[in-house]
Design a protein around this ligand. Structure first.
Ligand SMILES: Nc1ncnc2c1ncn2[C@@H]1O[C@H](COP(=O)(O)OP(=O)(O)OP(=O)(O)O)[C@@H](O)[C@H]1O
Length: 335
């Protein structure tokens, strides 16, 4: 697909297919020997899915995201235990504790971080052009010589994320939300097929968070990008992602529909942190069986729901809402 088409396509979502875009089998990661931060984790994402990764602080979300993106090596075979394997877009990105990510494969994976990862003293335009590096001849890319066509593509991406007027401003002169939108524009010009985002809204105010999540959801629906996004606030996971994977102590504690998550389960996952997680008026209401469902399903789907930014709400005590069998069936519930 031509680059301009990648940035401007509005042809409608491509839906979820059966093709696995991420396939991680039995992966573990220890920063210190004998203390695994990820412990035998297996997950699979199909093309076109938008999946949230949630879990308490320290549960291993960033470690999993970085492992899947081929940024840190997972554990190799150890103590008689076979090593895990990660396949992304049909290619082994990690095997036996060794990263084997080609330049071509890396160009197909967009990665967004909480701290934006822009070059602070360079313009937004140049930062977005860096997304083209995986596609340019090495010499031109290394010298950072971008053609008028390259800049046109970057401008289109900046226009799509709504910050074209700031193209020539230095990245560090812009707000966090604008910088994150520039990082998204960089993934757009990159032509990524898979977007892996590590707490992209963790340092943003609610309005900026919604804009960023709306853009990510738009890339999923309109461009067919497969998205894995780690989120601290569960409400965003429930609003934007049909499926949620929850980590607890480095293991998959839940993998299933976001709508089947219950306050009791979330209390279990987050413990004392849980009171900070829920914002009311997102449209999520408890069902009699303890699940959370959207009062306006269309709002959940198209991101046009009514939003407000009220103070945090205290979740009901775990004992008041029991996890019932239908949820265990709907998702893979192991916590
Ligand atoms: N580079 C590192 N060296 C040593 N330990 C690390 C390193 N990175 C993370 N850890 C540890 O691994 C555990 C999981 O960290 P990780 O950042 O993956 O969790 P997280 O779920 O993303 O947390 P948060 O929501 O706070 O970002 C934590 O105990 C953390 O201290």
């Amino acid at each position: 697909m031509p680059l301009l088409a990648i940035v401007t396509t509005r042809s409608g979502g491509r839906g979820v297919t059966t093709e696995a875009v991420i396939d991680a089998i039995g992966i573990s990661k220890s920063y210190q020997r004998g203390k695994p931060v990820l412990n035998d984790v297996s997950i699979s994402l199909k093309r076109g899915e938008m999946v949230a990764l949630i879990g308490a602080s320290g549960s291993g979300k960033s470690t999993l995201i970085r492992s899947l993106a081929g940024l840190i090596p997972i554990d190799g075979a150890r103590d008689g235990k076979a090593s895990g394997q990660i396949t992304v877009l049909g290619q082994a990105i990690q095997r036996g504790g060794r990263i084997s990510c080609s330049r071509t494969l890396r160009a197909r994976i967009g990665v967004i971080f909480q701290q934006f990862n822009l070059v602070p003293r360079l313009s937004l335009l140049t930062n977005v052009c860096f997304g083209l590096l995986g596609r340019l001849p090495t010499a031109r890319g290394t010298l950072g010589r971008f053609s008028d066509d390259d800049k046109r593509v970057a401008m289109q991406a900046l226009a799509r994320v709504g910050i074209a007027e700031h193209a020539l401003r230095r990245a560090n002169d812009l707000s966090g939300g604008q910088q994150q939108r520039a990082a998204i524009a960089r993934s757009l010009v990159q032509g990524a097929e898979l977007l892996i985002a590590d707490e992209p809204i963790a340092s943003l105010d609610p309005a900026s968070s919604r804009r960023v999540m709306d853009l990510v959801a738009d890339m999923n629906r309109q461009d067919g990008l497969t998205v894995l996004v780690s989120l601290h606030q569960v409400e965003y996971a429930m609003k934007y992602c049909p499926r949620t994977i929850a980590l607890k102590d480095g293991k998959v504690a839940y993998d299933g529909p976001s709508s089947a998550l219950t306050p009791a389960f979330l209390n279990n996952i987050y413990g004392a942190e849980s009171e900070e997680l829920f914002l009311p008026n997102f449209g999520a209401v408890p069902e009699p069986d303890g699940g959370l469902h959207w009062s306006d399903p269309q709002a959940a789907v198209n991101g046009n729901g009514h939003w407000s930014d009220p103070p945090t709400v205290v979740m009901p005590p775990a004992s008041t809402v029991a996890m019932t069998r239908p949820h265990a069936k709907a998702g893979r519930l192991t916590a």
